[in-house]
Every structure is written in structure tokens, then in C-alpha cells.
Ligand binder design. Structure first.
Ligand SMILES: [Zn+2]
Ligand SMILES: [Zn+2]
Length: 149
């Protein structure tokens, strides 16, 4: 019989919680935002398209078994949350997304397909959600079934 590896860690469950402060800049009301119509347009233009109206996590996995499929999908700001746009550093944004040069263009870009994706409720606001799980756990669940519950 082989000697067990003393450094091997058995499968285990670990409760996670994260607490930190987000410094939100001043922002107006969502319905009063001049670019809200773009969000609304993207929402309407893609909601009935079965190629686009899919949870992005499920789509990347090619497997929707961990998705919440009995509730409507939710549109998520992938890179820049709407409430953060007033303090976006244009030089930092330009490194990844060149061509967005003014605060108004940032406001418009925030509501485009480059910054919007559909997520199921679990992968948006649930325990495995982009707004809940750590970045490493959120990413890891693409490749490990049932990672987060
Ligand atoms: Zn999902
Ligand atoms: Zn979101």
C-alpha cells in the first residue's frame, strides 16, 4: 500500500466572504442617463435572438447546467459598471479599448455590445455571479462544474 502524500489536500468546502469599500463617483439616475436608450436598444435588439440571448458563462462553457434557466436573463456591464463611468480614466481605457476619447463617448460605449453581456440570474447576482464571486472563483467556474453553490 502506498504511503499517502502528506502534502495532498483532500476535497473540501470553504466558505468565502469578501468585504471591501468601493469608491463610487458621483452619478446621476439611471433613467435620466442620456445613453440609457442605447442600453434599452441593445436589450430589445438581442432579447429575441437565440444566438445572443444566452448566459455568457453557459455559452463559454457550452453547458448551461449550472445556469438559472427558469428566470429571465439579465444584462450585465462586463467591464465598466454604469455607475463608475464618471471616473473612468480615459488613458487606462484606451489601452484596451482605443477610440473612446471623451466622457460622453465613455457613456455611449458603456452601453454597447463590447461592454454588455447576458447572464443568468445565478451567474449575475447569485453565489456564482459576476457581482458576488471573487474574480478567480467566477473564472474558475467556467471549467469546474458546480464549483460555487
Ligand atoms: Zn448562467
Ligand atoms: Zn451586472
Amino acid at each position: 500500500m502506498a504511503t499517502p502524500d502528506p502534502h495532498e489536500v483532500a476535497a473540501h468546502d470553504q466558505s468565502e466572504s469578501h468585504r471591501y469599500v468601493v469608491h463610487y463617483p458621483e452619478h446621476g439616475s439611471r433613467p435620466g442617463d442620456p445613453h440609457y436608450k442605447d442600453f434599452d436598444h441593445y436589450h430589445r435588439a438581442t432579447k429575441d435572438d437565440p444566438e445572443l440571448y444566452q448566459c455568457a458563462v453557459g455559452r463559454r462553457r457550452g453547458d448551461f447546467s449550472d445556469c438559472t434557466l427558469d428566470k429571465p436573463l439579465e444584462l450585465h456591464h462586463t467591464h465598466i459598471e454604469w455607475a463608475l463611468q464618471n471616473e473612468v480614466d480615459l488613458a487606462l481605457l484606451a489601452r484596451q479599448y482605443p477610440g473612446v476619447d471623451t466622457p460622453d463617448e465613455v457613456g455611449a460605449w458603456v452601453e454597447t455590445a463590447e461592454n454588455l453581456e447576458w447572464l443568468c440570474q445565478f451567474h449575475h447576482r447569485g453565489h456564482g455571479g459576476a457581482h458576488v464571486a471573487s474574480a478567480s472563483d467566477f473564472e474558475g467556474q467556467h471549467f469546474v462544474r458546480g464549483l460555487i453553490s
